[in-house]
Design a protein around this ligand. Structure first.
Ligand SMILES: *[C@@H]1O[C@H](CO)[C@@H](O)[C@H](O)[C@H]1NC(C)=O
Ligand SMILES: *[C@@H]1O[C@H](CO)[C@@H](O)[C@H](O)[C@H]1NC(C)=O
Ligand SMILES: *[C@@H]1O[C@H](CO)[C@@H](O)[C@H](O)[C@H]1NC(C)=O
Ligand SMILES: *[C@@H]1O[C@H](CO)[C@@H](O)[C@H](O)[C@H]1NC(C)=O
Ligand SMILES: *[C@@H]1O[C@H](CO)[C@@H](O)[C@H](O)[C@H]1NC(C)=O
Ligand SMILES: *[C@@H]1O[C@H](CO)[C@@H](O)[C@H](O)[C@H]1NC(C)=O
Ligand SMILES: *[C@@H]1O[C@H](CO)[C@@H](O)[C@H](O)[C@H]1NC(C)=O
Ligand SMILES: *[C@@H]1O[C@H](CO)[C@@H](O)[C@H](O)[C@H]1NC(C)=O
Ligand SMILES: *[C@@H]1O[C@H](CO)[C@@H](O)[C@H](O)[C@H]1NC(C)=O
Length: 800
């Protein structure tokens, strides 16, 4: 597939006068003997005898059918039959662009069955329709033509033995900006021949944000279809609507698109995980062999992440707009409408997919927005817009291609040689390993650990055939999607015997993605702990990066805190979950000779099993900690936006205390019941850490407490919890407690709560607060840890 994308022009809407009294404005209700009022427009009765130069016979037909239509159905009650070639001629007051809207509804009248009509329509020298057979139901065709003569002539030519018909007709002068202007193409070797001399057909006009805009709400009576049906995966998007936010002060023209189009949008649903790299894609059926103008309408109507709104726009798999920075395009005026035209050639696929996706620009919060979209077909060199006249693949570029072909062949053969050599090596290695791990073609998942424990490579878990994973996940069915993140998607997989597990499928083809994938498998296969998600296996067939984990019935901690309809956790549950995850992280830090630093501690990575027991997951970027004699490892900064230790960010020195900081953030989420960054809140509340620390430092926990916790009577444990979180978030690494201390404090808080509850139950009056014991977690927490290690840790605990 070859797509040539040219940037045609980019412009901020210039000021125009809003009053529109089109010089030419023909509205005709064809076949009708009386005028028809449609909203505030008057369609005239069909008595244009002088306009029709030659029609063998004028036949009006009627129906009592009232089709449901986006346009007023009263237009479809009558039709004019054109038996023989006919010219409609309209005197033009202005030689300029005009909109031609043709309405067809093939009803059956007493004398005619309109569905048997077959005809061609042309305007000036352009072929609009060729051997057209109107389908069932009302059809509206919309064209724009630059009229260069005193008359606009529309010619209807019936196919032999057939006839033509028309239900209604609109011809309206268009304000200039509506038509893409002929500024030379940017980004292209071959400037696009100006659309000035072409005819255009709007094939799709879409309003994003799951809202339809009806003709009565558009100055040019255009219909803006809701994008919902065109969305490929609607679970990745968020529909936003905020018409008030559209700022018209910078000059804005309702002829480009009405406010109601700019005031609604579909945006990337990246909020749940700021690391998300996702695409939102819409798919549109188009005719091949034509050039298209794609007009994107953007407007930043708020309700999004802080920081600049930068994102990529794709057409099929090509980049149409790279790192589009909306605020710079609109001179930082929030809510200023902005549109861009791009020209693209569609050669051999019938679907045009339009995507917006997060940008890889540094500091860009993964976000993206689209408010409206128009897909406009350009007449081809034959002056036709009909698919029957589609041009075959262009051959013009052949000579240019030749040079590249020769160069390409030279480079290509070298590459092929290298690739072949590489493949050979890989195949030999793989064969060896396959023989060791699982012999034969085995397509069912074997949960039997022996099979790999006896193999040469026990370290890397259990390798599953791709077929088995596909079968277990219904070929990665979207219905089984349970999560999504920067790495890819997580599916629920199940076997015939109803064993369930989670299947994480990496998407990134980058070097980094593969590194993280290997890293996670290696990390996970090293340890086994009650509070760490366990690895079941993996699959790396065909470049796949699939990891299979134990299934965590209750999803992420995050989902139980906010943003979903799940029942809110009570205070005791929250404390227990924090204790569980703190144990998991503590084990990572201290469980083996060298500490392991998780690096991505966040509420979305704390998972809950069927008993709401917490387990820490996602070890993709975990790292082995410093050597005994060193205090830190230096490394590139990685982690999740909002959870990153500021000192690590500044110095790139990674220690366990970075996890402590992130855990402190999680604790704040737990007690405040809100996300780390929530742009919908008043400015001073957007950043959870800033806001919560401000109040915690003044001892005002009540100011930030999750409203769902307000009814909990026991406050002392919450106070303790708040203080601990505050310590975790200390600016200086040295001021932060260790994970062990955090755990101690949390257990202490739980003890306070339990004592309180016990006292309450017994209805005892006197208060007694017992000092919590330092419990390193029960032995049950440590499954594969040698007893000596457990012992040494208990000794350590006693000393501290
Ligand atoms: C058509 O327009 C007329 C006049 O504006 C209005 O009374 C009628 O309800 C409209 N019908 C539909 C189906 O919109
Ligand atoms: C038809 O056209 C003639 C001449 O242009 C005009 O006199 C006559 O009134 C028109 N008839 C109708 C019904 O409009
Ligand atoms: C249409 O015109 C053709 C000849 O031009 C004639 O044979 C036919 O009967 C006409 N049909 C109607 C419905 O008038
Ligand atoms: C319609 O107009 C075109 C030129 O605009 C002319 O060539 C053609 O003969 C006309 N057709 C009829 C039926 O008058
Ligand atoms: C319409 O076409 C004429 C001649 O092809 C051209 O000079 C003119 O600029 C065009 N008008 C617009 C608004 O593009
Ligand atoms: C989208 O709009 C349809 C129809 O108005 C509505 O049923 C649906 O719930 C909307 N979806 C969302 C996610 O808002
Ligand atoms: C629109 O933007 C301008 C800056 O260009 C600003 O002065 C004005 O207050 C804004 N209007 C609204 C309604 O936000
Ligand atoms: C292509 O577009 C058609 C019509 O819009 C749609 O029905 C079909 O599902 C699309 N195919 C793909 C692969 O998106
Ligand atoms: C988004 O879509 C474009 C075009 O199809 C593709 O090149 C890019 O890799 C996609 N990104 C993700 C994260 O899926």
């Amino acid at each position: 597939m070859k797509i040539h994308t040219f940037l045609l022009f980019i412009s901020i809407l210039k000021c125009t006068c809003q009053e529109f009294d089109p010089p030419d404005n023909y509205l005709i209700d064809c076949g009708s003997t009386e005028n028809t009022r449609v909203d505030d427009r008057l369609f005239l009765a069909d008595n244009l005898n002088s306009s029709i130069l030659s029609t063998p016979e004028i036949i009006f037909v009627k129906t009592s059918d009232s089709p449901s239509s986006i346009y007023n159905s009263s237009l479809y009650k009558t039709a004019r039959i054109l038996n023989g070639s006919s010219n409609y001629s309209f005197p033009m007051k202005q030689r300029d662009w005009h909109l031609i809207r043709l309405h067809f509804f093939s009803f059956v009248s007493e004398t005619f069955d309109l569905s048997s009509a077959k005809f061609s329509v042309s305007a000036q020298k352009f072929i609009l329709l060729k051997s057209f057979r109107p389908p069932h139901g009302p059809v509206v065709k919309e064209y724009s033509v630059n009229v260069t003569t005193d008359n606009l002539v529309l010619t209807f030519t019936p196919s032999p033995g057939s006839f033509a018909f028309l239900n209604a007709l609109e011809i309206i002068s268009l304000p200039g900006q509506v038509i893409p202007d002929g500024t030379p193409a940017v980004n292209s070797q071959q400037p696009y021949t100006s659309v000035e001399t072409q005819a255009l057909e709007t094939v799709w006009r879409v309003n994003m944000g799951n809202e339809t805009v009806f003709p009565r709400n558009d100055k040019l009576s255009r219909y803006w279809l809701s994008d919902r049906e065109r969305l490929i995966n609607s679970n990745l998007v968020e529909f936003v609507s905020n018409v008030q936010a559209v700022n018209e002060t910078r000059g804005y023209s309702e002829f480009i698109a009405p406010r109601s189009v700019y005031g609604t949008a579909t945006k990337l649903h990246s909020q749940p995980d700021p690391n998300t790299i996702i695409n939102v894609t819409w798919s549109f059926g188009v005719d091949t062999g034509f050039d298209y103008v794609i007009r994107f309408h953007f407007c930043d109507i708020g309700n999004r992440s802080p920081g600049p709104l930068i994102f990529n726009v794709f057409l099929n798999s090509g980049v149409a707009l790279r790192d589009l920075d909306l605020s710079s395009k609109t001179s930082n005026v929030l809510g200023a409408p902005y549109y861009v035209d791009v020209i693209t050639r569609i050669n051999d696929i019938h679907n045009l997919s339009v995507s917006i996706g997060s940008s890889s620009v540094k500091n860009a919060y993964p976000d993206g927005i689209l408010n409206g979209l128009e897909i406009i077909k350009i007449s081809n060199s034959k002056g036709s817009l009909d698919p029957a006249d589609a041009e075959a693949q262009t051959t013009k570029r052949a000579s240019k291609t030749k040079v590249w072909l020769i160069v390409g062949l030279a480079i290509g053969s070298l590459l092929i040689f290298i690739v072949l050599a590489f493949l050979l090596v890989v195949m030999i290695r793989r064969r060896r390993r396959d023989n060791a791990v699982h012999s034969g073609e085995d397509h069912s998942i074997i949960m039997n650990r022996e099979s790999s424990e006896n193999s040469k490579y026990p370290q890397i878990g259990y390798r599953f055939p791709l077929m088995a994973v596909q079968e277990a996940t219904d070929n990665f069915s979207e219905n089984l999607l349970i999560g999504i993140g920067g790495f890819g998607k997580v599916y629920e997989g199940s076997l015939k015997d109803n064993t369930t597990f989670a299947v994480k499928r990496g998407i990134c083809q980058s070097q980094q993605g593969h590194k993280d994938f290997r890293n996670e498998i290696e990390m996970l296969s090293q340890f086994r702990h009650r509070h760490l998600v366990s690895l079941i296996g993996y699959c790396d067939e065909k470049d796949e990066m699939i990891i299979i984990y134990e299934y965590m019935e209750n999803g992420t901690l995050r989902d139980h805190l906010y943003g979903t309809n799940l029942p809110k956790l009570n205070w005791k549950q929250r404390l227990e979950i924090c204790i569980g995850s703190a144990r998991g992280i503590h084990y990572l830090h201290t469980g083996s000779a060298k500490a392991i630093i998780h690096r991505d501690v966040k509420s979305a990575n704390i998972l809950l099993d069927e008993n709401m027991m917490a387990k820490v997951g996602d070890f993709g970027i975990s790292k082995t900690g410093p050597e005994i004699d060193q205090t830190h490892v230096s490394t590139a900064v990685k982690g999740s936006f909002g959870y990153l230790d500021p000192e690590y960010l500044a110095t790139r020195k990674l220690t366990e205390k970075s996890d402590v900081y992130s855990f402190g953030v999680v604790m704040l989420e737990v007690i405040c019941g809100r996300p780390v960054i929530d742009p919908s809140l008043p400015r001073e509340m957007v950043n959870l850490i800033e806001w919560a620390l401000k109040w915690l430092s003044r001892g005002r926990l009540d100011k930030i407490l999750d409203p769902h916790l307000v009814d909990e009577i026991e406050q002392e444990s919450m106070q303790k919890f708040g203080e601990t979180a505050e310590k975790c978030l200390a600016e200086q690494v040295g001021d932060r407690p260790s994970m062990g201390d955090v755990l101690w404090n949390l257990e202490n808080a739980l003890q306070i709560l339990e004592n309180h509850q016990r006292l309450k139950e017994r209805n005892e009056v006197e208060q007694s607060v017992s000092i919590a014991q330092y419990s390193m977690g029960s032995l049950g927490d440590l499954e594969n840890v040698p007893m000596s290690k457990v012992f040494s840790k208990m000794v350590k605990a006693e000393i501290s």
